[in-house]
Ligand binder design. Structure first.
Ligand SMILES: Cc1cc2nc3c(=O)[nH]c(=O)nc-3n(C[C@H](O)[C@H](O)[C@H](O)COP(=O)(O)OP(=O)(O)OC[C@H]3O[C@@H](n4cnc5c(N)ncnc54)[C@H](O)[C@@H]3O)c2cc1C
Length: 496
Protein backbone atom coordinates (compact mmCIF):
# COMPACT_ATOMS: atom_id res chain seq x y z
CA UNK A 1 0.00 0.00 0.00
CA UNK A 2 1.27 3.46 -0.92
CA UNK A 3 1.73 5.43 2.29
CA UNK A 4 3.08 8.85 1.26
CA UNK A 5 1.01 11.64 -0.31
CA UNK A 6 0.94 15.43 -0.55
CA UNK A 7 -2.55 15.74 0.92
CA UNK A 8 -4.73 13.36 2.88
CA UNK A 9 -8.46 14.00 2.93
CA UNK A 10 -10.46 12.07 5.49
CA UNK A 11 -14.08 11.65 4.38
CA UNK A 12 -14.97 11.45 0.69
CA UNK A 13 -18.36 13.03 1.39
CA UNK A 14 -19.93 16.25 0.22
CA UNK A 15 -17.11 18.71 0.90
CA UNK A 16 -14.29 16.13 0.92
CA UNK A 17 -14.95 15.04 -2.69
CA UNK A 18 -14.80 18.69 -3.80
CA UNK A 19 -11.50 19.31 -2.01
CA UNK A 20 -9.96 16.13 -3.45
CA UNK A 21 -10.96 16.91 -7.04
CA UNK A 22 -9.82 20.52 -6.92
CA UNK A 23 -6.44 19.66 -5.39
CA UNK A 24 -5.81 16.82 -7.82
CA UNK A 25 -6.51 19.10 -10.80
CA UNK A 26 -3.14 20.74 -10.14
CA UNK A 27 -0.25 19.04 -11.91
CA UNK A 28 1.93 16.73 -9.87
CA UNK A 29 -0.26 16.75 -6.74
CA UNK A 30 -0.83 13.38 -5.04
CA UNK A 31 -4.02 13.09 -3.01
CA UNK A 32 -5.21 10.27 -0.75
CA UNK A 33 -8.96 10.21 -0.16
CA UNK A 34 -10.15 8.04 2.74
CA UNK A 35 -13.81 7.12 2.80
CA UNK A 36 -15.48 4.90 5.40
CA UNK A 37 -18.04 3.59 2.90
CA UNK A 38 -17.95 2.22 -0.65
CA UNK A 39 -17.85 3.96 -4.00
CA UNK A 40 -21.16 5.19 -5.41
CA UNK A 41 -20.04 4.82 -9.02
CA UNK A 42 -22.38 2.60 -11.02
CA UNK A 43 -24.61 1.98 -7.98
CA UNK A 44 -28.15 2.80 -9.12
CA UNK A 45 -29.58 2.41 -5.62
CA UNK A 46 -27.50 5.45 -4.62
CA UNK A 47 -27.57 7.41 -7.87
CA UNK A 48 -31.33 7.26 -8.48
CA UNK A 49 -32.63 10.29 -6.61
CA UNK A 50 -36.16 8.89 -6.13
CA UNK A 51 -34.65 6.01 -4.12
CA UNK A 52 -33.27 8.22 -1.34
CA UNK A 53 -35.74 7.14 1.41
CA UNK A 54 -34.74 3.50 0.82
CA UNK A 55 -31.14 4.25 1.84
CA UNK A 56 -32.22 5.20 5.37
CA UNK A 57 -31.14 2.66 8.01
CA UNK A 58 -29.11 0.56 5.55
CA UNK A 59 -25.36 -0.22 5.66
CA UNK A 60 -24.91 3.00 3.61
CA UNK A 61 -26.22 5.03 6.57
CA UNK A 62 -24.34 5.57 9.86
CA UNK A 63 -27.86 5.89 11.35
CA UNK A 64 -26.78 7.59 14.58
CA UNK A 65 -28.93 7.47 17.69
CA UNK A 66 -29.09 10.54 19.92
CA UNK A 67 -29.17 11.00 23.69
CA UNK A 68 -32.53 11.22 25.51
CA UNK A 69 -33.91 14.75 25.06
CA UNK A 70 -35.49 16.51 28.05
CA UNK A 71 -37.57 18.83 25.82
CA UNK A 72 -37.44 17.10 22.43
CA UNK A 73 -37.70 13.72 20.78
CA UNK A 74 -34.87 11.41 21.84
CA UNK A 75 -35.95 8.74 19.36
CA UNK A 76 -34.70 10.70 16.35
CA UNK A 77 -32.27 8.71 14.23
CA UNK A 78 -29.75 10.85 12.40
CA UNK A 79 -29.06 9.56 8.90
CA UNK A 80 -25.49 10.10 7.59
CA UNK A 81 -24.41 8.86 4.18
CA UNK A 82 -21.51 6.40 4.30
CA UNK A 83 -20.20 6.25 0.74
CA UNK A 84 -18.37 8.49 -1.74
CA UNK A 85 -20.41 11.70 -1.87
CA UNK A 86 -21.43 11.23 1.80
CA UNK A 87 -24.79 12.79 2.57
CA UNK A 88 -24.92 14.31 -0.93
CA UNK A 89 -25.21 10.67 -2.11
CA UNK A 90 -28.09 10.08 0.28
CA UNK A 91 -30.07 13.30 0.45
CA UNK A 92 -33.09 14.63 -1.40
CA UNK A 93 -30.99 17.11 -3.42
CA UNK A 94 -32.85 20.28 -2.44
CA UNK A 95 -30.40 22.94 -3.51
CA UNK A 96 -30.04 26.42 -2.03
CA UNK A 97 -27.11 28.81 -2.12
CA UNK A 98 -25.89 30.13 1.24
CA UNK A 99 -28.04 33.20 1.95
CA UNK A 100 -26.27 36.56 2.10
CA UNK A 101 -27.83 37.20 5.52
CA UNK A 102 -26.13 34.16 6.99
CA UNK A 103 -22.78 34.95 5.42
CA UNK A 104 -22.96 38.40 6.98
CA UNK A 105 -23.73 36.82 10.35
CA UNK A 106 -20.75 34.47 9.90
CA UNK A 107 -18.46 37.35 9.08
CA UNK A 108 -19.67 39.38 12.06
CA UNK A 109 -19.04 36.32 14.25
CA UNK A 110 -15.37 36.33 13.27
CA UNK A 111 -15.26 34.41 9.97
CA UNK A 112 -13.27 37.08 8.21
CA UNK A 113 -13.56 36.97 4.42
CA UNK A 114 -16.77 34.91 4.40
CA UNK A 115 -19.11 37.78 3.51
CA UNK A 116 -21.32 37.50 0.39
CA UNK A 117 -18.87 39.23 -1.95
CA UNK A 118 -15.95 36.98 -0.98
CA UNK A 119 -18.03 33.81 -1.22
CA UNK A 120 -19.72 34.59 -4.57
CA UNK A 121 -16.82 33.44 -6.82
CA UNK A 122 -16.87 30.05 -5.11
CA UNK A 123 -20.61 29.75 -5.65
CA UNK A 124 -19.88 30.36 -9.33
CA UNK A 125 -17.27 27.60 -9.30
CA UNK A 126 -19.82 25.16 -7.88
CA UNK A 127 -22.33 26.31 -10.49
CA UNK A 128 -19.90 25.29 -13.22
CA UNK A 129 -19.70 21.72 -11.88
CA UNK A 130 -23.12 20.88 -10.50
CA UNK A 131 -26.21 20.44 -12.63
CA UNK A 132 -29.20 22.25 -11.15
CA UNK A 133 -32.75 21.69 -12.33
CA UNK A 134 -36.29 22.40 -11.21
CA UNK A 135 -38.83 19.59 -11.11
CA UNK A 136 -41.59 19.73 -13.71
CA UNK A 137 -44.45 21.33 -11.75
CA UNK A 138 -46.86 18.59 -12.77
CA UNK A 139 -48.02 17.05 -9.49
CA UNK A 140 -51.62 18.26 -9.01
CA UNK A 141 -51.37 18.12 -5.23
CA UNK A 142 -48.10 20.08 -5.32
CA UNK A 143 -49.80 22.65 -7.52
CA UNK A 144 -52.68 22.82 -5.04
CA UNK A 145 -50.26 23.60 -2.23
CA UNK A 146 -48.60 26.26 -4.37
CA UNK A 147 -51.99 27.88 -5.05
CA UNK A 148 -52.98 27.62 -1.37
CA UNK A 149 -49.82 29.42 -0.31
CA UNK A 150 -50.44 32.15 -2.84
CA UNK A 151 -54.02 32.38 -1.61
CA UNK A 152 -52.68 32.91 1.91
CA UNK A 153 -50.52 35.80 0.69
CA UNK A 154 -47.18 34.12 -0.02
CA UNK A 155 -45.77 35.27 -3.35
CA UNK A 156 -44.21 32.85 -5.85
CA UNK A 157 -40.42 32.82 -5.54
CA UNK A 158 -37.59 31.56 -7.68
CA UNK A 159 -35.50 29.48 -5.29
CA UNK A 160 -32.46 29.74 -7.56
CA UNK A 161 -31.92 33.18 -6.05
CA UNK A 162 -30.91 34.35 -2.62
CA UNK A 163 -33.54 33.57 -0.01
CA UNK A 164 -34.29 36.58 2.12
CA UNK A 165 -38.02 37.01 1.69
CA UNK A 166 -41.10 35.01 2.45
CA UNK A 167 -42.70 33.09 -0.40
CA UNK A 168 -43.48 29.73 -1.95
CA UNK A 169 -41.64 27.87 -4.71
CA UNK A 170 -40.60 24.62 -6.33
CA UNK A 171 -37.21 23.53 -5.08
CA UNK A 172 -34.10 23.72 -7.21
CA UNK A 173 -32.50 20.25 -7.19
CA UNK A 174 -28.92 19.16 -7.85
CA UNK A 175 -29.77 16.42 -10.33
CA UNK A 176 -29.56 15.45 -13.98
CA UNK A 177 -32.87 13.90 -14.97
CA UNK A 178 -33.52 11.21 -12.38
CA UNK A 179 -29.88 10.99 -11.28
CA UNK A 180 -28.55 12.88 -8.26
CA UNK A 181 -25.69 15.27 -8.90
CA UNK A 182 -23.88 14.59 -5.66
CA UNK A 183 -20.40 15.99 -5.08
CA UNK A 184 -19.06 12.59 -6.09
CA UNK A 185 -20.95 12.58 -9.40
CA UNK A 186 -20.23 16.24 -10.15
CA UNK A 187 -16.56 16.33 -9.14
CA UNK A 188 -15.13 12.79 -9.05
CA UNK A 189 -16.85 10.63 -11.68
CA UNK A 190 -15.49 8.76 -13.53
CA UNK A 191 -13.06 7.75 -10.81
CA UNK A 192 -10.71 6.23 -13.40
CA UNK A 193 -9.98 9.74 -14.77
CA UNK A 194 -7.77 10.48 -11.75
CA UNK A 195 -5.29 7.84 -12.78
CA UNK A 196 -3.29 7.80 -9.55
CA UNK A 197 -3.60 11.55 -8.85
CA UNK A 198 -6.27 10.62 -6.32
CA UNK A 199 -5.79 7.31 -4.54
CA UNK A 200 -9.20 6.19 -3.30
CA UNK A 201 -9.17 4.32 0.00
CA UNK A 202 -12.83 3.28 0.13
CA UNK A 203 -14.31 1.17 2.94
CA UNK A 204 -11.44 2.53 5.01
CA UNK A 205 -12.19 4.11 8.38
CA UNK A 206 -9.63 6.55 9.76
CA UNK A 207 -9.10 6.10 13.49
CA UNK A 208 -6.77 8.93 14.41
CA UNK A 209 -4.85 11.92 13.09
CA UNK A 210 -1.11 11.49 13.64
CA UNK A 211 0.77 14.42 15.12
CA UNK A 212 4.43 15.19 15.43
CA UNK A 213 4.48 17.91 18.06
CA UNK A 214 2.15 20.65 16.78
CA UNK A 215 2.15 19.36 13.21
CA UNK A 216 -0.30 16.89 11.61
CA UNK A 217 1.69 14.36 9.63
CA UNK A 218 -0.79 11.68 8.65
CA UNK A 219 -3.58 9.36 9.72
CA UNK A 220 -3.92 5.97 11.36
CA UNK A 221 -6.15 3.32 9.75
CA UNK A 222 -6.72 -0.31 10.70
CA UNK A 223 -4.17 -1.16 7.98
CA UNK A 224 -1.48 1.12 9.35
CA UNK A 225 -0.32 4.74 9.10
CA UNK A 226 -0.40 6.90 5.96
CA UNK A 227 1.51 10.17 5.73
CA UNK A 228 0.88 13.61 4.22
CA UNK A 229 3.81 15.81 3.27
CA UNK A 230 1.63 18.92 3.08
CA UNK A 231 -1.69 18.79 4.92
CA UNK A 232 -4.39 16.62 6.41
CA UNK A 233 -7.95 17.78 5.74
CA UNK A 234 -10.86 16.44 7.80
CA UNK A 235 -14.22 16.24 6.00
CA UNK A 236 -16.08 13.65 8.06
CA UNK A 237 -19.12 15.81 8.78
CA UNK A 238 -20.55 17.43 11.90
CA UNK A 239 -20.56 14.24 13.99
CA UNK A 240 -17.46 12.40 12.82
CA UNK A 241 -15.00 15.27 12.44
CA UNK A 242 -15.16 16.24 16.14
CA UNK A 243 -15.14 12.54 17.01
CA UNK A 244 -11.94 11.98 15.03
CA UNK A 245 -10.31 15.04 16.56
CA UNK A 246 -11.12 13.87 20.08
CA UNK A 247 -9.87 10.34 19.34
CA UNK A 248 -6.64 12.07 18.29
CA UNK A 249 -6.33 13.91 21.59
CA UNK A 250 -7.60 17.24 20.23
CA UNK A 251 -10.55 18.71 22.11
CA UNK A 252 -11.78 19.64 25.59
CA UNK A 253 -9.04 18.36 27.93
CA UNK A 254 -11.41 17.30 30.73
CA UNK A 255 -13.45 15.12 28.41
CA UNK A 256 -10.35 13.57 26.83
CA UNK A 257 -8.98 12.66 30.26
CA UNK A 258 -12.35 11.19 31.21
CA UNK A 259 -12.05 8.99 28.09
CA UNK A 260 -8.43 8.13 29.05
CA UNK A 261 -7.07 9.74 25.90
CA UNK A 262 -3.78 11.59 26.12
CA UNK A 263 -4.36 15.32 25.56
CA UNK A 264 -2.37 16.52 22.55
CA UNK A 265 -4.07 19.86 22.19
CA UNK A 266 -6.70 21.37 24.47
CA UNK A 267 -9.31 22.95 22.21
CA UNK A 268 -12.54 23.47 24.15
CA UNK A 269 -14.76 24.23 21.13
CA UNK A 270 -14.42 20.76 19.59
CA UNK A 271 -17.84 19.08 19.74
CA UNK A 272 -19.61 22.18 21.09
CA UNK A 273 -22.18 24.33 19.23
CA UNK A 274 -24.09 21.39 17.70
CA UNK A 275 -26.82 22.95 15.55
CA UNK A 276 -29.69 21.56 13.48
CA UNK A 277 -33.00 22.37 11.83
CA UNK A 278 -35.58 20.74 14.12
CA UNK A 279 -38.69 19.80 12.18
CA UNK A 280 -42.32 19.28 13.10
CA UNK A 281 -45.06 17.72 11.00
CA UNK A 282 -48.73 17.99 10.22
CA UNK A 283 -50.03 14.92 8.37
CA UNK A 284 -53.29 14.67 6.45
CA UNK A 285 -55.17 11.84 4.84
CA UNK A 286 -56.05 12.79 1.25
CA UNK A 287 -59.62 12.89 -0.04
CA UNK A 288 -58.56 11.63 -3.49
CA UNK A 289 -55.61 9.58 -4.75
CA UNK A 290 -52.31 11.40 -4.28
CA UNK A 291 -50.79 11.79 -7.76
CA UNK A 292 -47.66 9.65 -8.18
CA UNK A 293 -45.59 12.05 -10.35
CA UNK A 294 -42.60 13.19 -8.34
CA UNK A 295 -38.83 13.50 -8.43
CA UNK A 296 -38.16 12.90 -4.72
CA UNK A 297 -41.54 13.36 -2.92
CA UNK A 298 -40.64 16.77 -1.40
CA UNK A 299 -40.67 19.21 -4.31
CA UNK A 300 -41.97 22.47 -2.84
CA UNK A 301 -41.28 24.74 0.05
CA UNK A 302 -42.34 27.92 1.74
CA UNK A 303 -40.51 30.55 3.78
CA UNK A 304 -42.40 32.59 6.38
CA UNK A 305 -41.95 35.14 9.16
CA UNK A 306 -43.47 34.30 12.54
CA UNK A 307 -43.33 37.89 13.73
CA UNK A 308 -43.03 41.35 12.18
CA UNK A 309 -39.74 43.16 11.71
CA UNK A 310 -37.50 40.20 10.86
CA UNK A 311 -34.71 40.64 8.28
CA UNK A 312 -35.16 37.12 6.96
CA UNK A 313 -37.62 34.22 7.30
CA UNK A 314 -37.41 32.31 10.57
CA UNK A 315 -39.69 29.47 9.48
CA UNK A 316 -39.42 27.10 6.53
CA UNK A 317 -41.75 24.38 5.26
CA UNK A 318 -41.24 21.35 3.08
CA UNK A 319 -44.36 20.02 1.37
CA UNK A 320 -44.41 16.25 0.85
CA UNK A 321 -46.74 14.13 -1.26
CA UNK A 322 -46.46 11.38 1.32
CA UNK A 323 -47.26 11.26 5.03
CA UNK A 324 -44.17 11.80 7.16
CA UNK A 325 -44.98 9.46 9.97
CA UNK A 326 -41.74 7.91 11.24
CA UNK A 327 -42.02 9.83 14.51
CA UNK A 328 -45.80 10.14 14.80
CA UNK A 329 -46.67 6.43 14.45
CA UNK A 330 -44.49 5.39 17.43
CA UNK A 331 -46.45 7.93 19.51
CA UNK A 332 -49.74 6.29 18.52
CA UNK A 333 -50.97 8.70 15.84
CA UNK A 334 -52.83 7.19 12.89
CA UNK A 335 -51.32 7.15 9.40
CA UNK A 336 -52.29 6.29 5.85
CA UNK A 337 -50.84 5.18 2.54
CA UNK A 338 -52.68 8.02 0.78
CA UNK A 339 -51.72 11.27 2.43
CA UNK A 340 -49.49 14.30 2.47
CA UNK A 341 -47.55 16.43 4.94
CA UNK A 342 -46.28 19.88 5.75
CA UNK A 343 -43.13 19.99 7.84
CA UNK A 344 -42.34 23.32 9.51
CA UNK A 345 -38.72 23.74 10.54
CA UNK A 346 -36.97 26.37 12.64
CA UNK A 347 -34.88 28.06 9.97
CA UNK A 348 -32.25 29.56 12.27
CA UNK A 349 -32.66 27.39 15.31
CA UNK A 350 -30.87 28.61 18.43
CA UNK A 351 -30.63 25.52 20.65
CA UNK A 352 -27.10 24.18 20.91
CA UNK A 353 -25.92 20.70 21.77
CA UNK A 354 -22.72 18.69 21.93
CA UNK A 355 -20.88 15.78 20.32
CA UNK A 356 -18.75 13.75 22.72
CA UNK A 357 -17.02 10.40 22.68
CA UNK A 358 -18.67 7.34 24.16
CA UNK A 359 -15.26 5.74 24.68
CA UNK A 360 -11.74 5.76 23.26
CA UNK A 361 -12.76 3.01 20.84
CA UNK A 362 -13.04 4.41 17.26
CA UNK A 363 -15.72 1.83 16.46
CA UNK A 364 -18.11 3.30 19.04
CA UNK A 365 -20.61 5.84 17.68
CA UNK A 366 -20.31 9.37 19.08
CA UNK A 367 -22.51 10.56 21.94
CA UNK A 368 -24.81 13.10 20.29
CA UNK A 369 -26.92 15.42 22.43
CA UNK A 370 -28.81 18.09 20.50
CA UNK A 371 -30.61 19.65 23.48
CA UNK A 372 -33.47 20.42 21.10
CA UNK A 373 -35.81 23.23 22.23
CA UNK A 374 -33.61 24.34 25.11
CA UNK A 375 -32.58 27.81 23.94
CA UNK A 376 -33.20 30.14 26.90
CA UNK A 377 -35.54 32.52 25.04
CA UNK A 378 -37.77 29.66 23.87
CA UNK A 379 -37.25 30.80 20.27
CA UNK A 380 -37.23 27.33 18.71
CA UNK A 381 -40.38 26.21 20.51
CA UNK A 382 -42.23 29.43 19.63
CA UNK A 383 -41.33 29.19 15.93
CA UNK A 384 -42.34 25.54 15.80
CA UNK A 385 -45.76 26.19 17.37
CA UNK A 386 -46.30 29.05 14.92
CA UNK A 387 -45.32 26.64 12.14
CA UNK A 388 -47.99 24.08 13.03
CA UNK A 389 -50.61 26.83 13.19
CA UNK A 390 -49.55 28.23 9.82
CA UNK A 391 -49.62 24.73 8.28
CA UNK A 392 -53.25 24.43 9.33
CA UNK A 393 -54.03 27.89 7.99
CA UNK A 394 -52.59 26.93 4.62
CA UNK A 395 -54.68 23.76 4.67
CA UNK A 396 -57.81 25.90 5.05
CA UNK A 397 -57.19 27.60 1.71
CA UNK A 398 -59.73 26.25 -0.79
CA UNK A 399 -57.07 24.94 -3.23
CA UNK A 400 -55.69 22.56 -0.58
CA UNK A 401 -58.83 22.04 1.49
CA UNK A 402 -60.48 19.97 -1.25
CA UNK A 403 -57.60 17.46 -0.97
CA UNK A 404 -58.15 16.86 2.75
CA UNK A 405 -60.14 13.98 4.19
CA UNK A 406 -58.85 14.45 7.74
CA UNK A 407 -55.92 15.75 9.78
CA UNK A 408 -54.10 12.69 11.13
CA UNK A 409 -51.55 14.34 13.38
CA UNK A 410 -51.62 16.20 15.64
CA UNK A 411 -55.40 15.92 15.02
CA UNK A 412 -58.12 18.59 15.39
CA UNK A 413 -58.40 18.23 19.18
CA UNK A 414 -54.86 19.58 19.67
CA UNK A 415 -55.41 23.35 19.68
CA UNK A 416 -53.76 25.25 22.53
CA UNK A 417 -50.18 26.47 22.21
CA UNK A 418 -49.20 24.18 25.08
CA UNK A 419 -50.79 21.13 23.45
CA UNK A 420 -49.23 21.92 20.05
CA UNK A 421 -45.83 22.42 21.66
CA UNK A 422 -46.13 19.14 23.53
CA UNK A 423 -47.11 17.27 20.34
CA UNK A 424 -44.51 18.84 18.14
CA UNK A 425 -41.60 18.34 20.54
CA UNK A 426 -42.60 14.73 21.19
CA UNK A 427 -42.87 13.84 17.49
CA UNK A 428 -40.23 16.18 16.03
CA UNK A 429 -37.75 14.95 13.49
CA UNK A 430 -34.65 16.51 12.03
CA UNK A 431 -34.17 17.84 8.50
CA UNK A 432 -30.81 16.00 8.81
CA UNK A 433 -28.76 19.19 8.91
CA UNK A 434 -26.32 18.85 11.86
CA UNK A 435 -23.60 21.50 11.78
CA UNK A 436 -21.38 23.76 13.85
CA UNK A 437 -19.34 21.37 16.00
CA UNK A 438 -15.91 22.69 14.91
CA UNK A 439 -16.94 26.24 14.33
CA UNK A 440 -14.99 28.79 12.37
CA UNK A 441 -14.11 31.98 14.22
CA UNK A 442 -11.49 34.54 15.01
CA UNK A 443 -8.23 33.42 16.57
CA UNK A 444 -8.63 34.37 20.23
CA UNK A 445 -12.25 33.21 20.30
CA UNK A 446 -12.08 30.39 22.87
CA UNK A 447 -15.00 28.59 21.26
CA UNK A 448 -13.59 28.57 17.71
CA UNK A 449 -11.94 25.43 16.31
CA UNK A 450 -10.79 26.65 12.89
CA UNK A 451 -9.76 30.09 11.69
CA UNK A 452 -11.28 31.75 8.66
CA UNK A 453 -8.93 29.81 6.36
CA UNK A 454 -10.22 26.58 7.92
CA UNK A 455 -6.91 25.89 9.73
CA UNK A 456 -7.21 24.14 13.05
CA UNK A 457 -6.34 26.74 15.66
CA UNK A 458 -3.09 25.95 17.46
CA UNK A 459 -1.82 23.14 15.18
CA UNK A 460 -0.10 23.13 11.80
CA UNK A 461 -1.01 21.33 8.58
CA UNK A 462 -4.53 20.41 9.69
CA UNK A 463 -7.77 21.82 8.25
CA UNK A 464 -11.45 21.08 8.34
CA UNK A 465 -13.86 21.34 5.42
CA UNK A 466 -17.44 20.22 6.09
CA UNK A 467 -20.64 21.31 7.85
CA UNK A 468 -18.91 21.25 11.24
CA UNK A 469 -17.31 24.65 10.52
CA UNK A 470 -20.64 26.55 10.34
CA UNK A 471 -20.46 29.29 13.01
CA UNK A 472 -24.29 29.54 13.07
CA UNK A 473 -27.11 27.64 11.40
CA UNK A 474 -28.06 28.98 7.99
CA UNK A 475 -31.67 29.62 7.02
CA UNK A 476 -31.83 27.08 4.17
CA UNK A 477 -30.89 23.46 3.38
CA UNK A 478 -27.09 23.34 3.72
CA UNK A 479 -25.80 20.89 1.13
CA UNK A 480 -24.61 23.38 -1.51
CA UNK A 481 -22.99 25.43 1.25
CA UNK A 482 -20.83 22.36 1.96
CA UNK A 483 -19.84 22.24 -1.73
CA UNK A 484 -18.83 25.92 -1.42
CA UNK A 485 -16.79 25.16 1.73
CA UNK A 486 -14.97 22.44 -0.21
CA UNK A 487 -14.14 24.88 -3.01
CA UNK A 488 -12.86 27.44 -0.53
CA UNK A 489 -10.72 24.94 1.32
CA UNK A 490 -9.05 23.80 -1.91
CA UNK A 491 -8.45 27.43 -2.82
CA UNK A 492 -6.85 28.21 0.55
CA UNK A 493 -4.58 25.17 0.18
CA UNK A 494 -3.60 25.96 -3.40
CA UNK A 495 -2.86 29.59 -2.57
CA UNK A 496 -0.17 28.67 -0.05
C1 LIG B 1 -31.36 11.86 4.48
C2 LIG B 1 -30.78 13.22 4.27
C3 LIG B 1 -31.46 14.15 3.48
C4 LIG B 1 -30.92 15.42 3.30
N1 LIG B 1 -31.52 16.27 2.39
C5 LIG B 1 -30.90 17.42 2.07
C6 LIG B 1 -31.37 18.22 0.99
O1 LIG B 1 -32.31 17.84 0.27
N2 LIG B 1 -30.75 19.40 0.74
C7 LIG B 1 -29.69 19.85 1.51
O2 LIG B 1 -29.20 20.96 1.26
N3 LIG B 1 -29.21 19.09 2.51
C8 LIG B 1 -29.76 17.88 2.77
N4 LIG B 1 -29.21 17.09 3.73
C9 LIG B 1 -28.05 17.58 4.47
C10 LIG B 1 -26.77 17.61 3.63
O3 LIG B 1 -26.73 16.51 2.75
C11 LIG B 1 -25.54 17.65 4.56
O4 LIG B 1 -25.64 18.80 5.36
C12 LIG B 1 -24.22 17.69 3.83
O5 LIG B 1 -24.20 16.75 2.79
C13 LIG B 1 -23.07 17.45 4.82
O6 LIG B 1 -21.84 17.43 4.13
P1 LIG B 1 -20.46 17.18 4.88
O7 LIG B 1 -19.38 17.39 3.89
O8 LIG B 1 -20.45 17.98 6.12
O9 LIG B 1 -20.49 15.66 5.37
P2 LIG B 1 -20.88 14.30 4.64
O10 LIG B 1 -21.44 14.52 3.29
O11 LIG B 1 -21.70 13.53 5.62
O12 LIG B 1 -19.47 13.57 4.45
C14 LIG B 1 -18.76 12.94 5.48
C15 LIG B 1 -18.06 11.73 4.89
O13 LIG B 1 -17.06 11.29 5.79
C16 LIG B 1 -17.05 9.88 5.84
N5 LIG B 1 -16.45 9.52 7.13
C17 LIG B 1 -16.91 9.80 8.37
N6 LIG B 1 -16.04 9.39 9.31
C18 LIG B 1 -14.99 8.85 8.65
C19 LIG B 1 -13.75 8.27 9.08
N7 LIG B 1 -13.43 8.21 10.38
N8 LIG B 1 -12.91 7.77 8.13
C20 LIG B 1 -13.22 7.86 6.80
N9 LIG B 1 -14.37 8.42 6.36
C21 LIG B 1 -15.24 8.92 7.27
C22 LIG B 1 -18.52 9.51 5.69
O14 LIG B 1 -18.69 8.18 5.29
C23 LIG B 1 -18.98 10.54 4.65
O15 LIG B 1 -18.81 10.06 3.34
C24 LIG B 1 -29.72 15.80 3.94
C25 LIG B 1 -29.03 14.87 4.72
C26 LIG B 1 -29.54 13.58 4.87
C27 LIG B 1 -28.79 12.58 5.69
Amino acid sequence: MKTQFDYIIVGGGTAGAVVAARLAEKPGVRVALFEAGPSDEGDDAILTLRNWPNLLRTPLDFDYLIEPQPRGNGRIRHARGKMLGGCSSHNSCIAFWPPDEDLRIWEAAGAEGWGPDCVRPFIQQVQQKVNLEFPEPVNELGRAFFAAAQGAGYPARDFAGNIHQLGVGWFMLNKLGGVRHSSSVAYLHPLAQWNGRITFFTNCFVERVLLNGRRAIGVQTADGPVYAEREVILSCGAFDTPKLLMLSGIGPADHLREMEIEVQHHLPGVGENLLDHPEGVVNWEASKPVPPETTQLWELGLFAHTQPGLDAPDLMFHFGTEPFDMNTVPEGYPTTTNGFALTPNVARAKSQGTVRLRSANPADPPRIDFRYFTDPEGHDERVMVAGVKLARELAQQSALKEWIKQELSPGPEVQSDEAISEYVRRTANTVYHPAGTCKMGAVGDETAVVDSQLRLIGLDNLRIADASIFPTMIGVNPNLTCFVIGERCADFLSSE
